[in-house]
Design a protein around this ligand. Structure first.
Ligand SMILES: Nc1ncnc2c1ncn2[C@@H]1O[C@H](COP(=O)(O)OP(=O)(O)OP(=O)(O)O)[C@@H](O)[C@H]1O
Length: 338
């Protein structure tokens, strides 16, 4: 049963004349890992600040666990743990000392704070480093400590702003896995802002694509891909030993049912269709005496979704810069709930 925990209605923020967030509508359910995806300046951080009650919206409102974020920021802060993109610690203190200190600041009773800090450090995989000074920590270790710092408040929602920035690939993988486990084991709701497509794709149940202050699309990977690639959602790549007459091959393939488009480049044929056309295609090539060296069914990931949007958006901008807003709305309009 879906239970809304973050409800955003018409949230808008102007900085002077700049509309940093434009009429945002979004609902996030309890236990979801939601990715706010978008390039720099898209409005992700401003949205997060409004959710935390740290900046006042120009219009619209956000409810967190039922509390209006700008009218009741204190209960909201109790429910939400926020990790900014860069977390500062006292370098001369150990991880345990830093975390115990943060726990005290958050009002955790003296009798339990140290034990809780130890538990949280174990939770984020820093058990063996808890007595090391944080000045010696790598960026990945600092992010884990940042997460422990958020968890010690025992929040219901965690908001992470670009949490994997500057961490090496193995560290990123471990960190994302940790986030996934926390969400699964503790039923935490996690909102994660990032411009790293692959990372968001790995860990999030649902993503929202932000550009120019607008939420252009939201959904899971399947819904986004199905909507975006509606005209030809399936693609099969066939590699052949040779292609003597590409035009004739294209014509012949287009005779097959459900095939919408064929693109031949060198010895590679990319065949797009309405249905999963792989069996028909394989039969076609085998039956017509082609030497097939490879067949690959393509599934659309966030990369393609993002790329497709940007490619089209760039073309449109080059054509008429002023129409880009309109284009964005029409291109992604079909995904939007509001
Ligand atoms: N305090 C501020 N005063 C004026 N303009 C601001 C302020 N904060 C952000 N902006 C502008 O609002 C827009 C959205 O910025 P925001 O930081 O929310 O985007 P973002 O998606 O989080 O990007 P990044 O990943 O670079 O932080 C940008 O054009 C930014 O320059």
């Amino acid at each position: 049963m879906e239970q809304p925990i973050i409800e955003i209605n018409g949230l808008t923020k102007y900085y002077g004349r700049l509309k940093a967030v434009d009429n945002l509508h979004l609902t996030i359910n309890k236990g979801e890992i939601f990715g706010l995806l978008g390039p720099n300046g898209a409005g992700k951080s401003t949205t997060i600040l409004m959710l935390l009650g740290l900046t006042e919206p120009s219009s619209g409102e956000a409810h967190i666990c039922g509390f209006n974020a700008s009218r009741h920021p204190i209960p909201v802060k109790r429910k939400v743990g926020y990790m900014p993109d860069s977390v500062g610690f006292y370098n001369e203190l150990t991880a345990l000392e830093n975390l115990t200190y943060m726990g005290r600041l958050n009002g955790i009773p003296e009798a339990t704070v140290k034990a809780l800090a130890r538990d949280m450090l174990a939770e984020v995989g820093l058990e063996s480093a808890m007595n090391k000074k944080t000045g010696t920590f790598s960026r990945g270790m600092k992010q884990r400590l940042g997460l422990a710092d958020v968890l010690i408040k025992q929040p219901e929602i965690i908001i992470l702003d670009e949490p994997t920035l500057g961490i090496d690939p193995a560290g990123v993988r471990d960190f994302l896995e940790l986030i996934r486990q926390l969400s699964q084991q503790q039923g935490l709701t996690i909102l994660l802002s990032s411009h790293h497509l692959h990372q968001v794709q790995q860990v999030c149940n649902r993503v929202g694509i932000f550009v120019g202050g607008q939420l252009l699309a939201e959904g899971n990977m399947q819904t986004l891909a199905a909507g975006l690639f509606r005209s030809a959602p399936y693609m099969v790549q066939v590699t052949l030993k040779t292609i003597q007459d590409p035009a004739a091959l294209e014509r012949a393939l287009l005779q097959l049912p459900a095939i919408e488009k064929v693109v031949i480049t060198g010895v590679l044929a990319e065949i797009y269709g309405q249905e999963d056309i792989t069996p028909d295609i394989v039969r076609f090539f085998a039956g017509n005496g082609f030497d097939v060296t490879g067949v690959q069914k393509k599934t659309y990931g966030l990369d393609e979704i993002y790329q497709q949007y940007f490619e089209n958006n760039l073309k449109e901008n080059a054509f008429n810069e002023k129409s880009s807003g309109l284009f964005q709305r029409s291109f992604f309009g079909r995904f939007k709930k509001h």
